[in-house]
Design a binder for this molecule. Structure first.
Ligand code: ARG
Length: 653
């Protein structure tokens, strides 16, 4: 029951008539100017396209708006159609129409959300951590955004395939293989393989970094000297009378000072690494070629070396168990977990095919796909013969199109990989995959309170498991405070549902394109746009229904009229009707935060409704029934919306 779609459908023929010969995209662009109003003194919906049309048609916007209103049939739908300002058309929907629509939503198990007419096969590439290192805070975004997009696409009838494209073949395995061969504590490995592998990974990383710092320190110092020299030279010119020149000189000085500060920071960092504890210094001295040796171990694995392959086979199941534990806690499942290793035997033939088709050409011994509009080519085979991340991704596209008949692929991946995906999509188009829609659903970084990427005090990345633990225990503390008399098991369950919900929602409620600041306090706040607020609001509605002994199922089958005795009842009804519209908006831009905003607005409106409209002491039994209907539908909408975001609801908190 999309009210917005209905209004657009009514305006469409009139716009087409007005703009004879216009293409569908132009008409759609004009129709996108039909929007809910921000303030109900302007009615419920506003049509703003007259201003955009004025230039094109060479007439006054108000005249165009008048002509549109004359042509569009609105009398059965609108109570009032008003022209305002330069040419806005304000529509107030008829109460009768709203009530009829609302009855349909109430009666429908799916909240009358329309199913798509042309279901697509949508593959969602999500989570995709590099295994063998513990999952960290950065992985939550791809996992929860991807999961929500999967659920929402499924909800409106698309065929969805979720695929966790694990990084299970990269250089991190070279590191742990090297670490295992040289530094393993066998007993620790027996006791907890993943913990030991993760220690080995970090240990090797530290030594590699030590050598990196040893090499980089003198370079940085030399560069700093050069910059200081340049600064001195420019400062000598800082006395000119020429204003324009002076401005430039000042700017250059500023810029150089910034560069020097950056170099200083690097020098401090390198020095710190080099002055690390004596053990690291000693081990580093014993392993002078470690950086290269790690690459050799990776290359050997890729070339099928028996020993390394056996080690990989030995490590991988432990790594997978480890991440599975987290997915279980997050309550997230995948249709497929096809990691990078799955595609390895397909890469050689793909490079060969691309070479034969002259899509890939040799450059400096490497095989490259040169693409219009990109400075650097996409390399698909390195000089020494190694394949790359890009090569695997090409193979993945082929697999998903040929085996799964994918129409759309959504890559929910960090924004820093934007360039990789731009090239990948351009290359696959060149390869002939022109019918499949490829989209990088990118997202920003999780920041700490200090506005820098979220790290522990010691400077490590924040582990995902610790984050879940912390969120749950803080939610448990809130639950205990709110309900000191509840049994402990119930309190724990509330802690789990509320903590996890808060964690997911903190992420989902942000515009995915921006970085966001992580804060336990904010995400578990009982007020404000949080899952906690929504879950408590939902439980409150359930409480009302319980108190009045309402059978929600029975309520659904009764299609008695809704009564608008107070303005807020109509506002709540209008918001409830916009669920369907919201789902569409979320999918148009792959932005789950729009659903969060919608649910937050709904919960707030409900709070106002509940404040102003007594359900228990309603003036008549008809009004009481109508209010119960609004309560029932609010709760169903909140539950459904949260579920689409991968968040559980509780009837009692
Ligand atoms: N494993 C990669 C990383 O952690 C992300 C993979 C994303 N998916 C893809 N098909 N490239 O950076």
């Amino acid at each position: 029951m999309k009210l917005l779609t209905e209004i657009k459908a009514r305006f469409k023929p009139a716009l087409e008539a007005l703009l004879e010969g216009a293409n569908a995209a132009e008409i759609d662009a004009l129709l996108s100017m039909v929007r809910p109003t921000q303030d109900d003194k302007f009615g419920d919906y506003q049509v703003n396209c007259a201003m955009a049309l004025a230039k094109k048609l060479g007439s006054a916007p108000r005249d165009i708006a008048t002509a549109l209103v004359e042509q569009v049939k609105l009398d059965d739908l609108c109570e009032k159609v008003e022209l305002a300002g330069p040419g806005f058309i304000n529509l107030t929907i008829k109460d009768m129409w709203l009530k009829g629509a609302l009855s349909k939503v109430i009666a429908d198990t799916n909240l009358a959300v329309e199913q798509v007419a042309d279901p697509r096969t949508v593959v969602i590439d999500l989570s995709s951590p590099n295994v063998a290192k513990p999952m960290h805070v950065g992985h939550i975004r791809s996992t929860v955004i991807g999961d929500a997009l999967a659920k929402i696409h499924r909800f409106i009838g698309h065929k969805v395939i979720t695929d966790n494209h694990l990084g299970d073949w990269g250089t991190q395995f070279g590191m742990i293989i090297y670490g295992y061969k040289h530094f393993v504590d066998e007993q620790a490995y027996q006791q907890n393989p993943v913990q030991e592998l993760s220690r080995l990974y970090k240990y090797v990383r530290v030594i590699v970094d030590y050598h990196g710092a040893a090499k980089a320190l003198p370079e940085a110092q030399e560069l700093k000297q050069k910059q200081l020299g340049a600064l001195e030279k420019i400062q000598a010119q800082d006395h000119t009378d020429d204003k324009a020149k002076l401005k430039k000189v000042k700017k250059d000085i500023q810029r150089l000072k910034e560069k020097i500060a950056l170099q200083d920071e690097l020098i401090v960092g390198f020095t710190k690494t080099l002055n690390s504890d004596a053990e690291i210094q000693a081990v580093a001295a014993q392993h002078p070629t470690i950086a290269n040796d790690v690459l050799v171990e990776t290359a050997k694995l890729h070339e099928g070396d028996k020993e390394n392959r056996e080690l990989w086979d030995k490590f991988l199941p432990h790594c997978l168990d480890d991440i599975q534990r987290i997915y279980d806690r997050l309550n997230i499942e995948f249709d497929y977990v096809l990691g990078e290793s799955f595609y390895q035997d397909k890469l050689a033939s793909i490079v060969e095919e691309l070479t034969n088709k002259e899509i890939a050409t040799e450059s400096d011994g490497a095989m490259c796909v040169f693409l219009d509009g990109f400075e650097a080519p996409m390399i698909i085979r390195k000089k020494g013969g190694a394949f790359l991340y890009s090569t695997t991704d090409l193979a993945t596209i082929r697999h998903r199109v040929e085996e799964w008949k994918a129409d759309t692929m959504l890559y929910v991946v960090d924004h820093r990989q934007g360039d990789h995906f731009d090239k990948l999509f351009a290359a696959s188009e060149k390869w002939g995959y022109t019918d499949v829609e490829l989209t990088h659903v990118s997202y920003g970084t999780v920041m700490g309170d200090d506005g820098k990427p979220f790290k522990t005090r010691a400077g490590d990345t924040v582990g995902l498991e610790g984050l879940i633990d912390e969120a749950e225990s803080r939610a448990l503390a809130v639950a205990k405070e709110q309900n000191p008399n509840l049994e402990e098991d119930r309190q724990k369950e509330i802690g789990r549902v509320v903590g996890l919900g808060a964690l997911k929602y903190a992420d989902l409620s942000q515009n995915r394109n921006s970085d966001y600041k992580f804060s336990y306090d904010k995400m578990l706040a009982l007020k404000g746009n949080t899952a906690t607020y929504l879950q408590y609001a939902n439980a409150r509605v359930h409480g009302i229904l319980r108190k009045l002994d309402t059978d929600v199922e029975k309520l659904r089958s009764s299609t008695d009229d809704i009564i608008f005795s107070e303005a807020v009842e109509r506002q709540l009804a209008m918001q409830l009707l916009r669920f369907d519209e919201t789902i569409n908006e979320v999918l148009a831009e792959y932005r789950p935060n729009l659903l969060c905003n919608y649910l937050f607005d709904l919960a707030q409106l409900f709070a106002r409704f509940f404040d102003q409209c007594s359900v228990r002491d309603a003036a008549s039994s008809e009004i009481q029934l109508s209010r119960l209907q609004l309560c029932g539908l609010t709760s169903r909408t909140l539950t459904c919306g949260l579920e689409l975001l991968g968040i559980e609801s509780l009837e009692r908190i």
